[in-house]
Design a protein around this ligand. Structure first.
Ligand code: ACM
Ligand code: ZN
Length: 594
């Protein structure tokens, strides 16, 4: 096991009980009478920057500090910081049009020699300079500034007796991957616009840049489509069976008429996309096809092979057989209409078309599907799915966008320009990269934050399977078996939160944080700089930031688990206590029964 540093081994006799108390070191905040001298351990930036040099001295904010911008587009980035500084420190700093003084200023300087999203951050006792080529670089420089300040910066009320200083540093930073994402499943449970906007802030704080919205699934259609109002009138609502386990909801009860659901209007979507842009986040819509669309079929039954009335299910559906019929041209007309409205709302280069977990039983017997297969010379239903995806890709490409889909889109032949999101391990991603396709790695074992993160018996209900924080941290989107050429096709990775078992904002936060911190470092920081112990130490400060921001983060990594080892020869039982952090103390008390 990797957590050996503080593991205490105890020989336990039959007559002893153990009661266990876990605690952790809280790094002490400074006393304020003299100017603080910073040490390297005071720098707790997540994700870890490429290079950090600590110099002597510090920069202190006061009411005369000014921010000097190099273009109007940086104003929102600066204003965000100014607003938060005012809330927690009471210091109200201003934006200055020109560099009137070289003292007590934060200067944004355009540097076209830097790469996309990169920044250089230099602080001296006189000034802070942030250099970047683009607004993303300036945003990330400011996120770094926030994390150099005391964690109380994030508080929602005035913090008294604080010194608002940062160490003098030189930080060079840039991301390892261009796709650093989080997927929110807003179908299985609906999360409102306000929560999505908050999530965007939090992604930006972690220097993440993709929010993938899983807008469609069997249990709910979550985006207004003007041409097909029943998608949301019917498809966004289901019988409320929230009191039942997800997989036992297929019984009918008198109380079932109460509706559960919701959807984003097109106005909501515009607001989400526009807000995300200010945080340098691309929102990628997922419009599932051909399966995971029971909600659409419930609204428009003719979209399926059977053309029979079905209801939006309230819980788990397996296998997923009520899927779109690719034998009918009207299915493609519908999807092109839907995608046209979607592409008008989302300016993202990528449009996600799902593609996963289609059980094509009905395609085998459907007269329309059989006719289509004959006409197109397709032997298997997998080839029919491939035909389906290729046609949709052509349409998406015709609008100057790119198709991305789950790794099932490999089956029956990959569409020519498709990007593969590899979720069933790395396998699909490896195969696609070998064929010269771009891939986004999101293998369930490392990236599915809907899995348990602590012992099953104490955690809130989750999807079966275990994904502790340190496993997320180990995630490397470039698989060891890849050649350098194949590795160039890895765009990055993302964490996915499927929401079958997650119905509230606070539970969603609990599943995402702190695993998002580990994911951000896996996707941003250089592989050679990754160090679990170092990350754990920095994470203790991140927890304080989460607390100040009111995020319901999980502390499951502190939970102690015990392994027992029986030695029959010595007649002993060893109890090995551990949690995820090498830096924590594990304390125990041994009580005698007599
Ligand atoms: C998936 O988890 N079905 C992509
Ligand atoms: Zn059909």
């Amino acid at each position: 096991m990797i957590y050996t540093n503080n593991i205490k081994k105890i020989i336990m006799r039959r007559t002893y009980f153990l009661s266990l108390i876990a605690s952790f070191f809280l790094l002490t905040s400074c006393s304020l009478s003299t100017k603080k001298e910073f040490i390297i351990n005071d720098i707790n930036i997540i994700p870890k920057p490429l290079e950090t040099i600590l110099n002597k001295g510090s920069f202190t904010f006061d009411k005369n500090t000014k921010i000097v911008l190099s273009s109007a587009s940086q104003k929102t980035i600066a204003s965000d910081f100014i607003q938060q500084l005012k809330i927690s420190s009471g210091i109200d700093i201003a934006i200055s049009e020109k560099e009137e003084s070289t003292q007590n200023v934060i200067i944004f300087k355009k540097d076209t020699a830097l790469t996309k999203e990169a920044y250089l951050f230099t602080s001296t006792s006189d000034k802070i300079t942030i250099k970047a080529k683009d607004d993303a670089g300036f945003l990330y420089g400011m996120q770094t500034l926030k994390q150099l300040l005391p964690t109380e910066f994030e508080a929602s009320s005035l913090q008294k007796d604080m010194e608002w200083s940062i160490p003098n540093v030189e930080i060079k930073d840039k991301p390892r991957f261009g796709w650093r994402g989080l997927m929110l499943d807003v179908s299985r449970h609906f999360f409102d616009k306000e929560y999505v906007l908050k999530t965007i802030d939090r992604l930006a704080a972690h220097k993440m840049n993709v929010l993938h919205l899983h807008l469609i699934d069997d249990q709910g259609w979550r985006i207004e489509i003007k041409k097909y109002p029943k998608l949301t009138d019917v498809g966004a609502w289901r019988a409320d069976k929230e009191d039942l386990h997800w997989n036992t909801r297929n019984i009918k009860r008198p109380s079932d008429s109460i509706k559960y659901g919701g959807f984003y209007t097109q106005t909501d979507i515009k607001e989400i996309v526009a807000y995300a842009k200010t945080k340098q986040i691309t929102v990628i819509p997922e419009i599932e096809l051909p399966a995971h669309v029971t909600s659409a079929v419930a609204a428009y039954p003719h979209l399926s092979c059977k053309n029979e009335h079905i209801e939006v299910p309230s819980g788990g559906v397996w296998p997923i057989t009520d899927i779109y019929c690719p034998g009918k041209e009207s299915t493609f007309d519908f999807l092109e209409d839907v995608l046209s409205e979607v592409m008008a709302l989302f300016p993202s280069k990528y449009i996600h078309i799902g593609g996963d977990e289609a059980t094509k039983t009905f395609w085998k017997t459907c007269t329309h599907c059989k006719k289509k297969m004959r006409k197109e010379g397709l032997k298997e239903v997998d080839e029919l799915q491939s035909y389906f995806v290729k046609r949709i890709e052509k349409f998406i490409n015709s609008k100057d966008r790119k198709l991305v889909g789950w790794d099932e889109i490999l089956e029956g032949g990959l569409a020519p320009d498709a990007t593969v999101m590899s979720w069933r391990g790395f396998k699909g991603g490896l195969e696609a990269a070998k064929e010269g396709h771009d891939v986004v790695m999101t293998p369930g074992d490392y990236c599915y934050v809907n899995l348990y993160q602590g012992p099953y018996d104490v955690e809130p209900i989750a999807q079966g399977g275990y994904l502790p924080l340190n496993k997320v941290y180990q995630f490397d989107p470039v698989h060891e078996s890849m050649t350098p050429k194949e590795a160039t096709h890895v765009l990055g990775g993302q964490a996915n939160l499927w929401s079958e078992f997650v119905s509230t904002n606070s539970h969603s936060e609990y599943m995402i944080f702190p695993r998002l911190a580990a994911m951000s470092e896996a996707l941003w920081s250089e592989k050679k700089h990754k160090n679990w112990e170092d990350f754990s130490t920095r994470l203790m400060q991140q927890f304080k930031r989460y607390k100040s921001q009111g995020i319901n983060y999980s502390e499951s990594s502190f939970l102690i688990s015990g392994d027992t080892k029986v030695d029959l020869e010595k007649k002993t039982i060893s109890l090995i206590l551990k949690n995820e952090f090498p830096i924590t103390d594990i304390r125990y008390v041994i009580n005698s029964e007599d």
